[in-house]
Design a protein around this ligand. Sequence first.
Ligand SMILES: NC(=O)c1ccc[n+]([C@@H]2O[C@H](COP(=O)([O-])OP(=O)(O)OC[C@H]3O[C@@H](n4cnc5c(N)ncnc54)[C@H](O)[C@@H]3O)[C@@H](O)[C@H]2O)c1
Length: 445
Amino acid sequence: MVDQDNSENFTKLMTRIRGRDAVIGIIGLGYVGLPLAVHFCRSGFKVIGFDVDAAKIDSLTKGCSYLKHIPDEFILELSAKGQFEATCDFARLAEPDCLLICVPTPLDDKMEPDLSYLLQTTDQIAKTIKTGQLIVLESTTYPGTTEEMMLPKLESSSLKVGRDFFLAFSPEREDPGNKNFDASNTPKIVGGVTPGCLEVASALYNAITTVVPVSSTRAAELTKLLENTYRSVNIALVNEMKILAHRMDIDLFEVINAAATKPFGYMPFFPGPGLGGHCIPIDPFYLAWKAREYDFDARFIHLAGEVNIAMPGYVVERTAEALASRGKELQGSRILVLGIAYKKDIADDRESPGYAIMDMLTDRGALVSYNDPWIPKLRPTRKYNFTHESIELTPELLTACDAVIIVTDHTAYDYGEIVSHARLVVDTRNSTVGLRNGLDKVVLA
Ligand SMILES: NC(=O)c1ccc[n+]([C@@H]2O[C@H](COP(=O)([O-])OP(=O)(O)OC[C@H]3O[C@@H](n4cnc5c(N)ncnc54)[C@H](O)[C@@H]3O)[C@@H](O)[C@H]2O)c1
């Protein structure tokens, strides 16, 4: 630890963190921020949640959660104990000892990083920053963001990092809907601007899980992008393999399961209708964008993006072919899309390939409806203008449709019923394994 970190501020903050007396401020109470708030409360800290969305704050203040995996009772109980409160009042950013930033980091229309949410938050913190505060960025971003974009704004207050305040990056690894892993048993990567920053941030996260310290904020930022680029590239690989295997008349899912019996050197990834969610389709492009500054073309990232983006089109083509072999055209056919969430058993439809599939089918004249037990109604997004409501899944509906496309393999679906009543099933997830033997009405896509 360098001398400047041996300050009174450092010692005070460490004592407050270790004694669970530190107040934690979480900025951005979405899929990442709200579960994180609950974890810190559970570990004995008082948490103040900040969000610009007044409806979210209102809902939390009334004790209502908007995330299915965070029950209302948690919020009610934590609020009643005085451990949690939510506010839109950003003047209160001076109250917490530690501020954890979980705001969105999307792409703009040119597929370039949109840091506007983060920069707005940093400006707000710079206005209220007080000595002894720890600020940690958790939002996914390119290497250099913490030190190049945040640090100058925070130091414009004339406070010095490592001496007066502490700054770190610790990527969020939340996997919504994952029943085996959450913030309490997923190791947390932490990188600090100075050794003291690393030490206080590590002490904080140690209260909820195992910490993996790295040498810099840039290393921590790149760790997260490596993880998500790895997923994107491997998913693209199996998606491409799926198309090849189809031409070869081989079931790729059978092949993947066979390959997965190798006890070393292979990790299974499964093909699907394309990528979705706020992370995998977006994060690699943050890295590709930054790579250009180094005169580097991140070819794997671009190729994986191309392959994955083409998958919804492949699903639509397979559906058209299967209909054609039954003497039907997409134009005028009644198509039911099953699942619009980007993955099973969650209510998150951001970047879902289901939207691209619905859009292409509609463009080609199909009459499209959808069912999703997790998403009762579609809302218009920047890209799509759907306002459909989920329709009840009945044997009559299945029989009435010309094709049923399984986009998301929700556990709640009865695949036996789907296969037995539908006229044609296009399965993008291998959900009908064991049910399609000899049935030419089920096609994998
Ligand atoms: N969702 C995931 O599974 C996941 C996993 C790992 C990492 N991440 C990363 O975490 C970050 C947040 O993702 P998310 O899924 O929680 O997003 P989200 O959209 O669910 O939540 C973000 C919240 O921030 C709020 N917000 C926006 N601007 C704000 C501001 N200026 N001040 C305060 N609040 C503001 C929004 O109202 C929203 O409630 C992103 O960088 C994302 O890439 C997400």
